[in-house]
Design a protein around this ligand. Structure first.
Ligand SMILES: *Cc1c(COP(=O)(O)O)cnc(C)c1O
Length: 434
């Protein structure tokens, strides 16, 4: 069995099952696998002949194969990846991997679906109910709610700030019913997050209820994102473009890029990474100065990256034994203000007839500015531009068609429970649920 240690090193190792159910270690550290299994050279020799699901299964087997029987793991992987991840050429030697073809049109769909199925697998034999609490400013809530919809043994509570998410975002987690409850909090996103944090720290409550989180601190949510990097490599290898590959990742909590770093550690021939930031540039500053200095988050038009203290930074440090030089050898950074993001969306639309979303725009620009002669670059496009319609349409001066999968949410009826932002009310509500 793979053992998972805490990045704070103050508690005993956990099993995969414990790590997934707990989310965060008891000492508030993040779980990391003790061993990272390399994939054999033969896998990389023929990787371009494999399908997305076949590649993903091999990677999942390296992570979780000691803990889950092959047939069950295969089913989890294949059920998770029931949609395409196309690669497109945008410029000479610049490609995009479109990670937004899942049910909520955002890259978080894969991690959320995988985690839901893995947790469902672990809970199959048990009669206890696990409660997933998730605070959202819009996008995480929809991916998690849709990923966990109908999974037995799990109830999801999505906390969102009243009046501060777009109609289409709200519809994606308030119209589902079943095991998904939307809680409309009279406060800000920070208030929602504070409620969730306080609930996790409430000893008495945790004796009554099993609570877990579904953001990228959870190993089952962030690790499966490694699939993208192997798949990108395979697609470029097929085109004869895989040598000197640079991958650029629009980053907020750094779960996605950390999964890519795991891939590199497993032998995936990626030369280096670029972490693209918006004005929340804490990681960028760390790369320049070797000092990590968390800041309050700043609101930007790439709001899924508005993170002032990226939770997966601890995992990046753990992977590199906190060696700043080694980190800067593998990862460089970039940071862009809203005006630059908007300018990039407009330029790519005008020159290449491709519509970027604000997050992908940061990554595209960082890649174009950071790529060196002889390198081939791929940037991850993390959301469909229609999800950020209100931002993108005025920039490009034209309407973006809403894909059918988003449109069907709009016809559903909103169901949510209104709560104040005070903790006592939230706690009483949760206790009343069981
Ligand atoms: C969550 C998110 C990101 C940032 O991903 P991290 O894993 O938190 O770094 C980027 N783009 C979009 C659209 C997102 O939803």
């Amino acid at each position: 069995m793979t053992q998972y240690y805490s990045t704070n090193h103050k508690v005993a190792d956990a099993t995969l099952k414990e790590a997934v159910i707990k989310g965060l270690a008891a000492d508030k550290g993040l779980f990391m696998p003790r061993t990272i299994k390399p994939l054999p050279a033969s896998f990389f020799d023929t990787i371009e002949q494999l399908s997305l699901q076949e590649i993903a299964y091999q990677v999942a087997d390296a992570f979780f194969g000691e803990d889950i029987p092959a047939a069950d793991l295969k089913k989890i992987v294949y059920d998770t990846l029931s949609f395409d991840i196309p690669i497109r050429k945008v410029d000479k030697d610049i490609y995009t991997l479109e990670l937004f073809h899942g049910p909520t049109l955002a890259f978080k769909d894969v991690g959320a679906r995988f985690m839901a199925r893995l947790l469902g697998y672990f809970l199959k034999e048990e009669r206890r109910l696990v409660n997933v609490l998730v605070a959202t400013s819009g996008d995480t809530g929809s991916a998690v709610a849709n990923g966990f919809l109908g999974v037995e043994g799990i109830h999801v509570y999505v906390l969102y700030p009243k009046g501060k998410v777009s109609l289409i975002q709200e519809k994606q987690f308030t119209t589902l019913g079943q095991n998904i409850t939307a809680l409309e909090i009279d406060g800000t996103f920070d208030d929602c997050q504070a409620l969730v944090k306080q609930a996790f720290m409430d000893k008495e409550l945790n004796e009554k209820l099993v609570l877990t989180s579904a953001n990228s601190i959870n190993v089952a949510r962030f690790l499966p994102q490694a699939f993208y990097y192997f798949y990108a490599y395979a697609q470029l290898k097929k085109k004869g473009k895989a040598a000197n590959l640079v991958v650029c990742v629009p980053s907020g909590n750094f779960g996605n890029i950390t999964a890519g770093l795991f891939g590199k550690e497993m032998g995936l021939p990626i030369k280096r990474f670029i972490a693209a930031n918006n004005a929340n540039d804490i990681f960028y500053q760390y790369l320049q100065t070797a000092v990590y200095s968390p800041q309050p988050s700043i609101a930007t038009i790439a709001n899924a990256m508005d993170v002032g203290d990226p939770s997966n930074f601890a995992r990046v440090l753990a992977l590199y034994q906190a060696d700043h030089q080694a980190i800067t050898k593998d990862i460089s950074g970039a940071t862009y203000k809203d005006e630059q993001i908007a300018e990039t969306i407009k330029k790519v639309y005008t020159e290449d007839d491709y519509i970027l979303d604000p997050h992908g725009a940061c990554a595209y620009r960082a890649l174009c500015e950071g790529i060196r002669p002889g390198e081939v670059g791929v940037f991850l496009e993390t959301a469909h531009p229609a999800k950020f319609k209100d931002t993108v349409e005025p920039i490009i001066g034209t309407d973006i068609a809403i894909p059918e999968s988003l449109n069907h949410f709009l016809s559903g009826d909103k169901q949510s429970i209104s709560l104040d932002k005070d903790y006592e009310g939230f706690r009483t509500f949760l206790e009343g649920e069981v």
